[in-house]
Design a protein around this ligand. Structure first.
Ligand SMILES: Cc1cc2nc3c(=O)[nH]c(=O)nc-3n(C[C@H](O)[C@H](O)[C@H](O)COP(=O)(O)O)c2cc1C
Length: 316
């Protein structure tokens, strides 16, 4: 999560048993230096860094690699231009993709892990939904491990992703509402108070910020007055960009979330409070274990008949 997942959040996730990723976003050098130094000091196990592929400048990738991450995640664009350098640094290459063709291309580029990102996800992404996309990518990429992303916020989602053939999950929005995330408290509380229905995909925030995203990507965010005014009217927005950009940047400064963006996914319904990332990681895996055991119990056989006992009968 660009600029939201700093060194402390990434280190906390890694120390709790996950692989924490610093969200390097568009590669702001000062921010990266601060947060990569922070994760390196605080993480007791492997951590990684994510970059937005189409925006990568060679010096930014060099800078990220100089902190010796265990993994680099590239999203949104052709990873093949950077794969060799990342792997030559002894780093695992994680590629986040939005469709099956991109998944095959990522595998061919040398991805060690492929993240199949569904459109339920917070932030930028594509059009395919997580549920059918994950198994389609699992089938397409052979032995390359696949991780599911988009709409996963608790152990039920993790258990379901494993059933789809994924080896794990990439979680964003749920960690936005964590103590360690680098976001204003008010933004976190907006996510807690929202539901998936309050989110939508748009280009309007990229247009006002002057970010030249390839046309196939939109971003999922909490709906607000700005999105409602400008989504679908991007040409008109461009026509008055100087005034609107100033208005937008003032709103970011003032934490006015009727204008400023809060990237968040459909999983918002499942987020009831801001909690420590360590608690979230532990709960996610403990809950998944419970649900997988419950799934196993659904297949319990009657010893006398060797018939599968009906799940309703099990509950008695
Ligand atoms: C606030 C926020 C910022 C994000 N920034 C990035 C980013 O810079 N690069 C990226 O690859 N993905 C980014 N994502 C998407 C995540 O990598 C991931 O696909 C997504 O959060 C997973 O879905 P979920 O939000 O439902 O957990 C962002 C997501 C959020 C919520």
């Amino acid at each position: 999560m660009g600029s939201v997942s700093g060194g402390l959040l990434a280190a906390t996730v890694s120390n709790a048993g996950g692989l924490g990723l610093v969200g390097g976003g568009y590669g702001h050098v000062d921010w990266l230096c601060t947060e990569l130094a922070r994760v390196r000091v605080n993480a007791k196990s492997a951590w990684g860094v994510g970059l937005i592929t189409w925006s990568i400048r060679p010096e930014v990738l060099d800078l990220a690699l100089s902190f010796e991450p265990a993994a680099v995640m590239l999203s949104f664009g052709d990873p093949s231009r950077h794969a060799k350098k990342i792997k030559a640094a002894g780093c695992r290459l994680i590629c986040q993709v939005q469709d099956v063709n991109e998944a095959r291309a990522a595998r061919d580029a040398g991805a060690d892990v492929i993240v199949a990102q569904g459109s339920e996800a917070g932030g930028h992404g594509g059009l395919r939904s997580t549920l059918p996309l994950v198994p389609a990518i699992v089938d397409a990429v052979g032995r390359t491990p696949v991780i599911a992303a988009g709409g996963i916020g608790d152990g039920r989602g993790l258990a379901a992703a494993l059933m789809l053939g994924a080896q794990g999950v990439l979680v964003g929005t749920r960690f936005y509402a964590s103590t360690e995330a680098l976001a204003p408290e008010m933004a976190k509380q907006h996510i807690v108070a929202s539901s998936g229905t309050d989110t939508a995909r748009t280009r309007a925030f990229d247009v006002v910020r002057g970010l030249d995203w390839p046309a196939r990507y939109t971003g999922r965010a909490l709906r607000n007055r700005f999105m409602d005014s400008w989504d679908g009217r991007e040409k008109e927005l461009l026509a008055q960009i100087d005034t609107q950009r100033k208005h937008y940047l003032d709103a970011v400064q003032d934490e006015d979330y009727e204008t400023a963006v809060i990237w968040a996914g459909e999983v918002a319904d499942l987020i009831g409070s801001v909690e420590s990332a360590a608690t979230l990681v532990e709960r996610l895996s403990a809950e998944a274990e419970t649900h997988l055991r419950r799934g196993n119990a659904l297949l319990q056989r009657d010893e006398a008949t060797d018939e599968v006992v009906h799940p309703i009968a099990l509950r008695r």
